[in-house]
Design a binder for this molecule. Structure first.
Ligand SMILES: Nc1ncnc2c1ncn2[C@@H]1O[C@H](COP(=O)(O)OP(=O)(O)OP(=O)(O)O)[C@@H](O)[C@H]1O
Ligand SMILES: [Mg+2]
Length: 264
C-alpha cells in the first residue's frame, strides 16, 4: 500500500513525518529499522537501503547498531527490573564488553539526566521518565539513525516539550540523523530540515518546513496546522508579514515589526 515512495534521508537530517491516522507512517518507519520484513511478514515490494545496505538482507542485530527505534509507548521496550539493567539490555545482547557497557550506560543516564533513577524499577516510573529510559537504552547502542514514532503522544505537554528538547540536542549536538512522527509540527519545525507529509501510503509533500506550513491543504489530509500558521493565514491578507512563521514566537516578532513600521 505504500505507493511510489522514494525518499532519501541524508546524514544529520531531522525529518518530521506527518499525516493522518492510518496513512502508513509507522509502516514506513518499521521498514527502515527492519521490523518489516524481519518480524512482520507479508508481501514486500521495493527496498530500503541504509548506507547502501538493503534492510531486508541485513540482520536485525546489524540494524540495531545503526538504527535506534523509540515507540509511542515506552512499555513496549522496557523489560528489566532496574533502569540500569534495562539500558544495558541491548548492549548485552550485542556482546559488548562489560566495561564498555558500564561506560555507555553511565553516558546515556547522564545525557538524559536520569542518573538518579539508575537503581529504580522502570515500571514504577512516570510516563515521561519511562520514555527517557527507553531512549537511553536506544542511545546506549550509539545508533547513527534514531527513529521516533509519536514519542510524545502519551506525555503531558511540559514533559513532551522536555523530550522534544532532548531530540533537538541529539540532532544538533551529536549529529544523530532523526526521523520522527510528531503531530505538533511547530515543536520541531525550527530545527527540522524537512517535513514529509503522507496520505494513503503516498508521500504528498516533502520539503522545508516553511514551504509546507504555507500550504493550506494540510487540513485536508488531517495534519494539525500549527496555531502560528493558522493565525498567519488569517492575518496575511491585511498585514504584510513576510514568510510564514515556524513558531508563535516568530509570528509575534513579525507582528511587532509590522506594528513598529506602522507607528513610525
Ligand atoms: N505499505 C503498506 N502495505 C500494506 N499495509 C500497509 C502499508 N502501509 C500501511 N499499511 C497498513 O495500514 C494500516 C495503518 O498503517 P500505519 O499503522 O502505518 O499508519 P499510521 O500512519 O502510523 O497511523 P497512526 O497515526 O494511527 O499511528 C496498518 O494496518 C498497516 O498494516
Ligand atoms: Mg503509527
Amino acid at each position: 500500500m505504500l505507493r511510489n515512495i522514494s525518499l532519501t534521508i541524508h546524514p544529520g537530517e531531522l525529518v518530521i513525518i506527518a499525516g493522518s491516522s492510518g496513512c502508513g507512517k509507522s509502516t514506513l518507519l518499521r521498514s527502515i529499522n527492519g521490523l518489516i520484513p524481519h518480524m512482520y511478514h507479508g508481501a514486500l515490494s521495493g527496498s530500503v537501503r541504509i548506507d547502501g545496505a538493503n534492510v531486508a538482507e541485513t540482520s536485525i542485530v546489524e540494524l540495531a547498531k545503526k538504527v535506534g527505534f523509540v515507540f509511542q509507548n515506552p512499555e513496549n521496550q522496557i523489560f528489566m527490573f532496574t533502569v540500569e539493567r534495562d539500558i544495558a539490555f541491548g548492549l548485552e545482547n550485542l556482546g559488548v564488553p562489560r566495561n564498555e557497557i558500564k561506560d555507555r550506560v553511565t553516558w546515556a543516564l547522564q545525557l538524559l539526566g536520569i542518573e538518579h533513577l539508575a537503581a529504580r524499577a522502570p515500571h514504577e516510573l512516570s510516563d515521561g521518565q519511562k520514555q527517557r529510559v527507553a531512549l537511553a537504552g536506544v542511545l546506549a547502542m550509539k545508533p547513527s539513525i534514531l527513529i521516533l514514532d509519536e514519542p510524545t503522544s502519551l506525555l503531558d505537554p511540559s514533559t513532551a516539550l522536555e523530550l522534544i528538547e532532548i531530540v533537538k540536542m541529539l540532532n544538533r549536538d551529536l549529529g544523530v540523523t532523526i526521523l520522527i512522527v510528531e503531530h505538533r509540527l511547530d515543536l520541531l519545525a525550527q530545527i527540522a530540515s524537512r517535513i514529509v507529509c503522507m496520505d494513503q501510503g503516498r508521500v504528498i509533500f516533502d520539503g522545508p518546513p516553511r514551504s509546507i506550513l504555507a500550504t493550506r491543504d494540510l487540513t485536508l489530509i488531517g495534519i494539525g496546522v500549527p496555531t502560528s500558521t493558522r493565525l498567519y493565514n488569517l492575518l496575511k491578507d491585511g498585514v504584510d508579514l513576510g514568510e510564514p512563521p515556524l513558531t508563535t514566537e516568530e509570528l509575534a516578532a513579525q507582528l511587532g515589526e509590522e506594528l513598529r513600521k506602522k507607528s513610525d
